[in-house]
Design a protein around this ligand. Structure first.
Ligand SMILES: NC(=O)c1ccc[n+]([C@@H]2O[C@H](COP(=O)([O-])OP(=O)(O)OC[C@H]3O[C@@H](n4cnc5c(N)ncnc54)[C@H](OP(=O)(O)O)[C@@H]3O)[C@@H](O)[C@H]2O)c1
Length: 185
């Protein structure tokens, strides 16, 4: 069994949304402190995983190995537009096989969305880093996980065996914080 450590990262509004009703992450959900936290985490990761519409858009992005989840291929294929990217369809191949193909059979993996991709790993996260912007509301927006807002993101993480650790403030003016949700062993 490959030795993969799997972490998730998201910033959500008070109502648990990661994007607005137009499925776009609005500027009001972007904070310098969170950006720095996220950038540092991705710089430490060996592999980034995201759906076809999510992308971290940072100066170091071109240097990072990544898996892009898509139904446009049957199983696993190189991304013709990015030599560091692997296309993966979970219906056709295991995550481990995709990591092997990407050249990262072991190491630290950062899952960065969107909602379906976060949900795929809910039983596998070692730590899910939940950033929250309690002053921002995005009614009718895109929930961070399927099942939100009927359940809160925290309730969903807890239901999957994760437990909140000590949070840290990322933007004191806007009360933005990040909380690590770690798997109980
Ligand atoms: N606030 C945050 O921290 C945060 C985090 C992540 C994303 N976002 C925002 O959320 C929005 C993206 O939302 P999105 O819902 O479009 O998410 P997405 O997960 O990035 O992209 C969806 C695409 O991923 C592929 N996909 C999803 N589930 C799949 C599955 N089970 N099997 C195979 N492929 C699958 C499909 O690609 P194909 O169509 O190619 O088959 C699907 O169209 C963006 O605005 C982004 O900026 C915000």
């Amino acid at each position: 069994m490959p030795d993969l450590s799997i972490d998730g990262y998201v910033i959500v509004s008070a109502d648990g949304m990661l994007a607005n009703a137009a499925r776009v992450m609005p500027d009001e959900l972007k904070f310098e402190g969170d950006k720095q936290f996220f950038t540092a985490a991705l710089d430490r990761a060996d592999l980034i995983v995201h759906g076809r519409n999510s992308y971290e858009d940072q100066p170091n992005s071109p240097r990072r190995k990544r898996i892009i989840v898509t139904r446009s291929i049957a199983a696993i294929a190189p991304d013709p537009s990015n030599s560091k990217a692997t296309l993966w369809n979970p219906a056709g191949a295991s995550f481990e096989a995709a990591c092997d193909f990407a050249g990262v059979p072991s190491g630290t993996v950062a899952i960065i969305g969107g909602p379906e991709i976060f949900a795929m790993f809910l039983d596998r996260y070692d730590t899910f880093w939940l950033s929250q912007a309690p002053r921002v509301r995005l009614p009718g927006g895109e929930p961070c996980f399927p099942g939100v807002p009927a359940q809160s993101p925290q309730q969903i993480l807890e239901a999957h065996g994760l437990k909140a650790g000590d949070g840290q403030i990322l933007d004191s003016g806007e009360d933005v914080s990040v909380t690590p949700w770690r798997r109980e062993v």
